[in-house]
Ligand binder design. Structure first.
Ligand SMILES: Cc1cc2nc3c(=O)[nH]c(=O)nc-3n(C[C@H](O)[C@H](O)[C@H](O)COP(=O)(O)OP(=O)(O)OC[C@H]3O[C@@H](n4cnc5c(N)ncnc54)[C@H](O)[C@@H]3O)c2cc1C
Length: 260
Protein backbone atom coordinates (compact mmCIF):
# COMPACT_ATOMS: atom_id res chain seq x y z
CA UNK A 1 0.00 0.00 0.00
CA UNK A 2 1.16 3.52 -0.73
CA UNK A 3 0.81 6.23 1.92
CA UNK A 4 1.30 9.91 1.11
CA UNK A 5 1.51 11.78 4.42
CA UNK A 6 1.43 15.33 3.04
CA UNK A 7 0.66 16.87 -0.34
CA UNK A 8 1.78 20.14 -1.90
CA UNK A 9 1.44 21.76 -5.33
CA UNK A 10 4.21 24.42 -5.41
CA UNK A 11 3.92 27.53 -7.58
CA UNK A 12 7.56 27.56 -8.67
CA UNK A 13 9.98 24.88 -9.81
CA UNK A 14 12.59 26.18 -7.35
CA UNK A 15 10.21 25.53 -4.45
CA UNK A 16 9.37 22.07 -5.82
CA UNK A 17 13.06 21.16 -6.11
CA UNK A 18 13.95 22.51 -2.62
CA UNK A 19 11.14 20.43 -1.12
CA UNK A 20 12.20 17.37 -3.12
CA UNK A 21 15.76 17.37 -1.81
CA UNK A 22 14.82 18.45 1.72
CA UNK A 23 13.95 14.91 2.86
CA UNK A 24 14.76 11.47 1.49
CA UNK A 25 11.13 10.35 1.37
CA UNK A 26 9.79 13.47 -0.36
CA UNK A 27 8.81 12.61 -3.91
CA UNK A 28 7.48 14.16 -7.13
CA UNK A 29 4.03 12.92 -8.12
CA UNK A 30 3.31 12.40 -11.81
CA UNK A 31 0.02 10.78 -12.79
CA UNK A 32 0.64 8.30 -9.93
CA UNK A 33 -0.14 5.25 -12.09
CA UNK A 34 3.21 3.69 -11.23
CA UNK A 35 3.59 5.10 -7.71
CA UNK A 36 0.28 3.64 -6.61
CA UNK A 37 1.21 0.05 -7.46
CA UNK A 38 4.20 0.26 -5.11
CA UNK A 39 4.37 -0.05 -1.35
CA UNK A 40 6.00 2.77 0.56
CA UNK A 41 5.44 5.89 2.61
CA UNK A 42 5.99 9.23 0.89
CA UNK A 43 6.58 12.04 3.38
CA UNK A 44 5.61 14.83 1.00
CA UNK A 45 4.05 14.26 -2.40
CA UNK A 46 5.03 17.14 -4.69
CA UNK A 47 2.55 17.77 -7.50
CA UNK A 48 3.85 19.76 -10.50
CA UNK A 49 0.34 20.75 -11.60
CA UNK A 50 0.88 24.53 -11.06
CA UNK A 51 4.14 24.75 -13.01
CA UNK A 52 2.70 25.01 -16.53
CA UNK A 53 4.60 21.96 -17.75
CA UNK A 54 1.71 20.58 -19.77
CA UNK A 55 2.47 21.45 -23.39
CA UNK A 56 3.67 20.28 -26.80
CA UNK A 57 5.40 23.28 -28.39
CA UNK A 58 6.13 23.29 -32.10
CA UNK A 59 9.13 25.60 -32.43
CA UNK A 60 11.33 26.45 -35.40
CA UNK A 61 14.07 23.87 -34.78
CA UNK A 62 12.62 21.63 -32.10
CA UNK A 63 9.54 20.22 -30.45
CA UNK A 64 9.32 20.65 -26.67
CA UNK A 65 7.14 18.36 -24.61
CA UNK A 66 6.46 19.44 -21.02
CA UNK A 67 6.88 16.89 -18.25
CA UNK A 68 3.26 16.75 -17.13
CA UNK A 69 1.94 16.14 -20.65
CA UNK A 70 0.01 12.88 -20.60
CA UNK A 71 0.66 9.91 -22.87
CA UNK A 72 -2.79 10.42 -24.37
CA UNK A 73 -1.90 14.01 -25.27
CA UNK A 74 1.19 12.69 -27.05
CA UNK A 75 -0.87 10.06 -28.83
CA UNK A 76 -3.41 12.57 -30.15
CA UNK A 77 -1.12 15.53 -30.84
CA UNK A 78 -1.36 16.80 -34.44
CA UNK A 79 2.16 18.22 -34.18
CA UNK A 80 3.53 14.79 -33.27
CA UNK A 81 1.35 12.97 -35.81
CA UNK A 82 3.04 15.03 -38.50
CA UNK A 83 6.54 14.46 -37.16
CA UNK A 84 8.61 11.49 -38.38
CA UNK A 85 5.64 9.30 -39.35
CA UNK A 86 3.97 9.91 -36.00
CA UNK A 87 6.42 7.54 -34.31
CA UNK A 88 5.87 9.03 -30.83
CA UNK A 89 2.07 8.81 -31.12
CA UNK A 90 2.33 5.18 -32.23
CA UNK A 91 4.76 4.18 -29.50
CA UNK A 92 2.42 5.19 -26.66
CA UNK A 93 -0.82 4.01 -28.28
CA UNK A 94 -0.54 0.43 -26.96
CA UNK A 95 0.26 1.34 -23.36
CA UNK A 96 -2.51 -0.22 -21.21
CA UNK A 97 -5.68 1.71 -22.22
CA UNK A 98 -6.99 5.22 -22.91
CA UNK A 99 -7.98 5.95 -19.28
CA UNK A 100 -4.49 4.98 -18.18
CA UNK A 101 -2.85 7.11 -20.88
CA UNK A 102 -5.02 10.06 -19.76
CA UNK A 103 -3.23 9.85 -16.42
CA UNK A 104 0.36 8.71 -17.00
CA UNK A 105 2.78 11.56 -17.64
CA UNK A 106 5.70 11.62 -20.06
CA UNK A 107 8.18 13.24 -17.65
CA UNK A 108 7.63 10.52 -15.07
CA UNK A 109 8.22 7.72 -17.56
CA UNK A 110 11.36 9.24 -19.08
CA UNK A 111 12.88 10.26 -15.74
CA UNK A 112 12.27 6.76 -14.35
CA UNK A 113 14.18 5.13 -17.27
CA UNK A 114 11.94 2.05 -17.23
CA UNK A 115 13.48 -0.84 -19.12
CA UNK A 116 10.11 -1.69 -20.68
CA UNK A 117 9.49 1.90 -21.85
CA UNK A 118 8.05 2.09 -25.37
CA UNK A 119 8.88 5.77 -25.67
CA UNK A 120 12.59 5.60 -24.87
CA UNK A 121 13.82 3.77 -28.02
CA UNK A 122 11.89 6.30 -30.15
CA UNK A 123 13.28 9.31 -28.30
CA UNK A 124 16.78 7.83 -28.63
CA UNK A 125 16.67 7.48 -32.41
CA UNK A 126 15.36 11.06 -32.63
CA UNK A 127 18.37 12.41 -30.63
CA UNK A 128 16.11 13.78 -27.88
CA UNK A 129 17.43 15.76 -24.93
CA UNK A 130 16.05 16.09 -21.42
CA UNK A 131 15.82 19.39 -19.56
CA UNK A 132 16.37 18.81 -15.84
CA UNK A 133 15.93 21.53 -13.22
CA UNK A 134 19.25 20.94 -11.48
CA UNK A 135 21.44 19.35 -14.17
CA UNK A 136 20.23 21.39 -17.15
CA UNK A 137 19.91 20.09 -20.71
CA UNK A 138 21.50 16.68 -21.37
CA UNK A 139 21.36 14.24 -24.28
CA UNK A 140 18.86 11.51 -23.41
CA UNK A 141 21.49 8.95 -24.39
CA UNK A 142 23.83 10.26 -21.66
CA UNK A 143 21.04 10.73 -19.12
CA UNK A 144 20.10 7.05 -19.46
CA UNK A 145 23.66 6.04 -18.52
CA UNK A 146 23.82 8.26 -15.41
CA UNK A 147 23.39 7.07 -11.84
CA UNK A 148 20.07 8.00 -10.20
CA UNK A 149 20.07 11.45 -8.62
CA UNK A 150 17.00 13.35 -7.36
CA UNK A 151 15.97 16.00 -9.88
CA UNK A 152 12.91 17.28 -11.72
CA UNK A 153 12.49 16.62 -15.40
CA UNK A 154 10.98 19.78 -16.88
CA UNK A 155 10.71 18.92 -20.55
CA UNK A 156 11.85 16.72 -23.40
CA UNK A 157 13.41 18.46 -26.39
CA UNK A 158 13.26 16.78 -29.79
CA UNK A 159 15.16 18.27 -32.75
CA UNK A 160 13.06 18.72 -35.88
CA UNK A 161 14.29 16.01 -38.20
CA UNK A 162 13.66 15.45 -41.84
CA UNK A 163 13.37 11.73 -42.18
CA UNK A 164 11.34 8.60 -41.58
CA UNK A 165 11.00 6.74 -38.29
CA UNK A 166 9.18 3.61 -37.16
CA UNK A 167 8.42 1.90 -33.87
CA UNK A 168 7.86 -1.85 -33.45
CA UNK A 169 7.20 -4.00 -30.42
CA UNK A 170 6.33 -7.54 -29.54
CA UNK A 171 3.81 -8.16 -26.73
CA UNK A 172 2.02 -11.31 -25.69
CA UNK A 173 -1.29 -9.44 -25.51
CA UNK A 174 -2.36 -5.88 -26.18
CA UNK A 175 -1.81 -3.71 -23.09
CA UNK A 176 0.93 -5.99 -21.74
CA UNK A 177 4.56 -4.84 -21.39
CA UNK A 178 6.71 -5.24 -24.52
CA UNK A 179 8.88 -8.36 -24.57
CA UNK A 180 11.13 -6.39 -26.88
CA UNK A 181 10.66 -3.04 -28.58
CA UNK A 182 12.64 -0.88 -30.96
CA UNK A 183 12.80 2.16 -33.18
CA UNK A 184 14.52 2.93 -36.47
CA UNK A 185 15.22 6.32 -38.05
CA UNK A 186 16.54 7.11 -41.53
CA UNK A 187 17.17 10.78 -42.30
CA UNK A 188 17.20 12.46 -45.70
CA UNK A 189 20.76 13.54 -44.85
CA UNK A 190 21.79 9.85 -44.79
CA UNK A 191 21.97 9.46 -41.00
CA UNK A 192 20.38 6.35 -39.51
CA UNK A 193 19.75 4.98 -36.01
CA UNK A 194 18.40 1.82 -34.44
CA UNK A 195 17.52 1.54 -30.73
CA UNK A 196 16.29 -1.58 -28.98
CA UNK A 197 14.56 -1.62 -25.57
CA UNK A 198 12.89 -4.00 -23.11
CA UNK A 199 15.86 -6.36 -23.42
CA UNK A 200 14.64 -6.27 -20.51
CA UNK A 201 17.07 -3.49 -19.60
CA UNK A 202 16.51 0.03 -20.81
CA UNK A 203 16.70 1.07 -24.43
CA UNK A 204 20.06 1.58 -26.06
CA UNK A 205 21.30 2.56 -29.49
CA UNK A 206 22.85 -0.29 -31.47
CA UNK A 207 25.81 1.80 -32.68
CA UNK A 208 27.39 -0.70 -35.09
CA UNK A 209 24.07 -1.73 -36.58
CA UNK A 210 23.12 1.94 -36.98
CA UNK A 211 26.36 2.60 -38.89
CA UNK A 212 25.71 -0.44 -41.11
CA UNK A 213 22.20 0.89 -41.81
CA UNK A 214 23.70 4.26 -42.74
CA UNK A 215 26.14 2.52 -45.09
CA UNK A 216 23.21 0.62 -46.64
CA UNK A 217 24.74 -2.74 -45.77
CA UNK A 218 22.70 -5.93 -46.19
CA UNK A 219 19.82 -6.48 -43.75
CA UNK A 220 21.40 -9.75 -42.54
CA UNK A 221 24.54 -7.87 -41.52
CA UNK A 222 22.57 -5.11 -39.73
CA UNK A 223 20.57 -7.73 -37.78
CA UNK A 224 23.70 -9.70 -36.91
CA UNK A 225 25.53 -6.63 -35.61
CA UNK A 226 22.60 -5.51 -33.42
CA UNK A 227 22.16 -8.99 -31.91
CA UNK A 228 25.90 -9.20 -31.15
CA UNK A 229 26.52 -5.74 -29.72
CA UNK A 230 23.47 -5.46 -27.42
CA UNK A 231 23.01 -7.34 -24.16
CA UNK A 232 19.86 -9.36 -23.72
CA UNK A 233 18.53 -10.76 -20.48
CA UNK A 234 15.90 -13.09 -19.07
CA UNK A 235 12.78 -12.23 -17.08
CA UNK A 236 9.22 -13.59 -16.82
CA UNK A 237 8.39 -12.23 -20.28
CA UNK A 238 11.11 -14.13 -22.13
CA UNK A 239 14.59 -15.60 -22.09
CA UNK A 240 17.78 -13.98 -23.25
CA UNK A 241 17.95 -16.31 -26.27
CA UNK A 242 14.31 -15.64 -27.21
CA UNK A 243 14.89 -11.87 -27.05
CA UNK A 244 18.00 -12.16 -29.20
CA UNK A 245 15.97 -14.03 -31.82
CA UNK A 246 13.19 -11.44 -31.61
CA UNK A 247 15.70 -8.63 -32.13
CA UNK A 248 16.48 -9.90 -35.63
CA UNK A 249 12.73 -10.15 -36.38
CA UNK A 250 12.07 -6.65 -35.03
CA UNK A 251 14.81 -5.13 -37.19
CA UNK A 252 13.45 -6.88 -40.28
CA UNK A 253 9.95 -5.56 -39.55
CA UNK A 254 11.23 -2.02 -38.99
CA UNK A 255 13.35 -2.05 -42.15
CA UNK A 256 10.42 -3.33 -44.25
CA UNK A 257 8.20 -0.54 -42.94
CA UNK A 258 10.72 2.27 -43.25
CA UNK A 259 12.02 1.38 -46.72
CA UNK A 260 15.27 2.85 -48.11
C1 LIG B 1 0.35 -1.31 -15.00
C2 LIG B 1 1.31 -0.49 -15.81
C3 LIG B 1 1.60 -0.86 -17.10
C4 LIG B 1 2.51 -0.10 -17.87
N1 LIG B 1 2.80 -0.49 -19.13
C5 LIG B 1 3.67 0.24 -19.87
C6 LIG B 1 4.00 -0.14 -21.21
O1 LIG B 1 3.56 -1.15 -21.74
N2 LIG B 1 4.88 0.65 -21.89
C7 LIG B 1 5.43 1.79 -21.35
O2 LIG B 1 6.21 2.46 -22.01
N3 LIG B 1 5.12 2.18 -20.10
C8 LIG B 1 4.27 1.43 -19.36
N4 LIG B 1 3.99 1.82 -18.08
C9 LIG B 1 4.64 3.04 -17.54
C10 LIG B 1 3.77 4.25 -17.81
O3 LIG B 1 3.77 4.52 -19.19
C11 LIG B 1 4.32 5.49 -17.09
O4 LIG B 1 5.61 5.74 -17.54
C12 LIG B 1 4.37 5.32 -15.62
O5 LIG B 1 3.09 4.97 -15.16
C13 LIG B 1 4.86 6.60 -14.95
O6 LIG B 1 3.99 7.65 -15.20
P1 LIG B 1 3.09 8.26 -14.04
O7 LIG B 1 2.59 9.59 -14.51
O8 LIG B 1 2.10 7.27 -13.60
O9 LIG B 1 4.20 8.50 -12.90
P2 LIG B 1 4.15 8.34 -11.33
O10 LIG B 1 3.70 6.98 -10.94
O11 LIG B 1 3.42 9.48 -10.73
O12 LIG B 1 5.71 8.53 -11.01
C14 LIG B 1 6.67 7.58 -11.38
C15 LIG B 1 8.05 8.06 -10.88
O13 LIG B 1 8.46 9.21 -11.59
C16 LIG B 1 8.79 10.27 -10.67
N5 LIG B 1 8.42 11.51 -11.36
C17 LIG B 1 7.21 11.86 -11.83
N6 LIG B 1 7.29 13.01 -12.55
C18 LIG B 1 8.59 13.40 -12.50
C19 LIG B 1 9.31 14.51 -13.04
N7 LIG B 1 8.73 15.43 -13.81
N8 LIG B 1 10.62 14.60 -12.78
C20 LIG B 1 11.26 13.66 -12.01
N9 LIG B 1 10.63 12.58 -11.48
C21 LIG B 1 9.31 12.45 -11.73
C22 LIG B 1 7.98 9.96 -9.44
O14 LIG B 1 8.56 10.55 -8.28
C23 LIG B 1 8.05 8.45 -9.41
O15 LIG B 1 9.28 8.03 -8.86
C24 LIG B 1 3.10 1.06 -17.30
C25 LIG B 1 2.80 1.44 -15.98
C26 LIG B 1 1.91 0.69 -15.23
C27 LIG B 1 1.58 1.13 -13.83
Amino acid sequence: MITIKNYIAPNTIEEAYDLLIEKKNNQILGGCAFIKIGSKTIGLGIDLINLNLNYIKDEEKEIRIGATTTLREIETSLVLKNYCNGILCESVSSIVGVQFRNMAQVGAGVFSKYGFSDLLPCLLVLDAKVNLHSEGIIDLKDFLKREYKKDILKEIIIPKKDGKAVFENIRKTSGDFSILNGAMYIGKDGTAKIAIGARPTKAEIAEKASKALEEKQKLDEIRKLACEELNFGTNVKGTKEYRKGLCAVLITKMKERIGD
